[in-house]
Design a protein around this ligand. Structure first.
Ligand code: SF4
Length: 366
């Protein structure tokens, strides 16, 4: 772990705060957390200790840098430390110590040295309107840089909703024509894994990197390029507030009794029922720090058709089978059923649920 090069132009001078024992433990815990065997974490730790670190080139385009910030602020384990120990981060505009021609030279060197072998991580949307002039670095458009760098990469990981499908920059009226990396690279034959989220959950990046580097494979993906280990289920399925939903107990205003008691946030606009992500199982930032965990409805940031598209407090679509199979003759739940039905309205009960259909499809693929 102490073998990182100290090149002031790049991020190689960053030092780890994890000793070897903690590092191995953290690798195993991280692997287990994202559904990989703990032995994968062990193998990865050994490979990293032997200096076998994959080269990563991290590009930044139209974004707030929130995904990088989220990564660097994690703990339990410190995913930022882990990732920076496990990979050779050869270029990252946010973390590079240098700027200008020096860092441009570092990018070209990194590409040449690891041609066809490095992983390209993309953060931020790519503007396409007016020949992409709304985001330029070193005199080149984001579109040009991505196309060029990706053509030399082994695989591309689009981190965050912006890079996955446009995110905030693509919100109506999308003045810059912002799109995600898959749109720019479609037809290139380059595998693009998307890890949407605003910000993306760093553990999902870690799991993808762990698998790619240790096993040489990419995780199974859904039809939007999202790893199934993280995006196969909707948040509503594993939400800790789900018992309140099933029982018809809702917060109806911020700060009301239901809100203070931790009741379901559906009536406040929670999009958990139509949002595929593992936030409820693997929170990030700090323990328990995810929107629903701190009393705010999910706004659907991992879904292109939901986050930044639907009004924040509009009711989410519910799957037709959103309710537990209540048999009135068995007793006591009829009141709760009536309460829930009254809340969501009869129209929603018969509505098709796109996300559920997707889940069915991805499960078939896995
Ligand atoms: Fe959780 Fe939201 Fe579903 Fe309520 S509606 S159970 S808060 S995901």
């Amino acid at each position: 772990m102490g073998d990182r090069e100290h090149d002031p132009r790049t991020t190689g001078g960053l030092q780890s705060r994890l000793d070897r024992r903690d590092f191995v433990k953290a690798c195993m815990a991280a692997a287990a957390a994202v559904g990989l065997p703990a032995t994968v974490g062990l193998r990865f730790a050994e490979a990293a200790a032997a200096g076998l670190k994959p080269s990563v080139i991290w590009l930044h385009f139209q974004e707030c840098t929130g995904c990088t910030e989220s990564l660097l602020r994690t703990s339990h384990p410190d995913v930022g430390e882990l990732i920076l120990d496990l990979i050779s981060l050869d270029y990252c505009e946010t973390l590079n110590a240098a700027a200008g021609h020096q860092v441009e030279a570092a990018l070209h060197e990194a590409i040449e040295k690891n041609d066809g072998k490095f992983v390209c991580v993309v953060e931020g949307a790519i503007p396409t309107r007016d020949n992409g002039i709304y985001c330029q670095i070193g005199g080149r458009t984001a579109q040009d840089i991505l196309t060029d760098v990706a053509s030399h990469a082994a695989a591309v990981i689009a981190i965050g909703s912006c890079a996955s499908w446009g995110g905030i920059p693509s919100a109506d009226p999308n003045p810059t024509g912002a799109v995600g990396a898959p749109e720019i690279l479609k037809g290139s034959g380059k595998p693009v894994i998307t890890i949407p989220g605003c910000p993306a959950n760093p553990y999902n990046l870690l799991g993808t990197v762990l698998q790619y580097v240790t096993l040489g494979t990419l995780p199974a993906l859904d039809d939007l390029g999202r790893p199934l280990f993280a995006y196969a289920r909707v948040i509503h399925e594993d939400c800790p507030r789900r018992p309140h939903f099933d029982a018809g107990r809702f917060a109806r205003q911020y700060g009301d009794e239901g809100h203070r008691l931790g009741h379901c946030l559906y009536a406040l606009g929670c999009k958990g029922p139509e949002t595929h992500a593992n936030c409820s199982l693997l929170s990030f930032g700090e323990v328990g720090a995810w929107p629903i965990g701190i009393g705010h409805p999910c706004f659907g940031c991992t879904e292109q058709a939901v986050g930044f598209r639907k009004p924040l407090h509009a009711a989410a679509e519910l799957p037709a089978d959103a309710y537990p199979p209540i048999e009135p003759e068995h007793g006591t739940s009829a009141t709760a059923w009536a309460g829930v039905a009254g809340l969501v309205g009869g129209a929603l009960l018969g509505a098709g649920f796109v996300a559920s259909k997707k889940l069915g499809e991805t499960e078939e693929k896995s």
